[in-house]
Design a protein around this ligand. Sequence first.
Ligand SMILES: N[C@@H](CCC(=O)N[C@@H](CS)C(=O)NCC(=O)O)C(=O)O
Length: 200
Amino acid sequence: MPTYKVLYFDAKGRAEVIRLALTVAGQDFEDVRYVREEWEKVKPTIPQKQLPCLQVDGRYIPQSGAIMRYVGRAFGLYGASNDESTSIDVVFGATDDFMRNLITMYYEKDEAKKAELKKDVEQNKTGPYMDILEEILKENNGGDGFFVGDKISMADILVFDMLDQVTAMITLPDFPPKLGALIDRVKTYPKIKEYLAKRK
Ligand SMILES: N[C@@H](CCC(=O)N[C@@H](CS)C(=O)NCC(=O)O)C(=O)O
């Protein structure tokens, strides 16, 4: 059985979806959280000099997207067929599009421009993103289960985590009904519920 280490900072950020996926998989992992001084020391030894990085039996895997897919494939969270994996990729792609707006907003230094970008995300970007997710859910057996197939996948874990994390940056509107129910389903998924109860 391989050993897994998730290397990141002491934050949710890009690593939390990986921690959640390993938790759902029931896979033990070492949750390595560097403080800045430690990171500056180890940085030269890390591929691409970026975090997160997943270490599997000592082998480093960089890039959060690659790690999500690796963990998803390793633990049956990335669809049961090419069609299902592609549907999961569609959710990843829509989420990337939405997140790009937030990243631009986050790194904007000019406070007035930042406020404008925030208003734009809240008023013009969030609703359409949620509508896309609502439609994808409805297309999967009416929307009373998960995004893809009949079990939890990386798509559900990613959307849950991302919508959880963005509340620190923007005010979210009410979720459309199927999406709201999906978020509750993920939040109360037994292994996730247990993890969230212990999370800092
Ligand atoms: N495309 C990369 C981006 C990774 C990235 O930007 N990581 C940041 C933290 S979120 C980082 O390690 N920065 C290097 C540093 O702070 O020295 C991914 O998705 O993993």
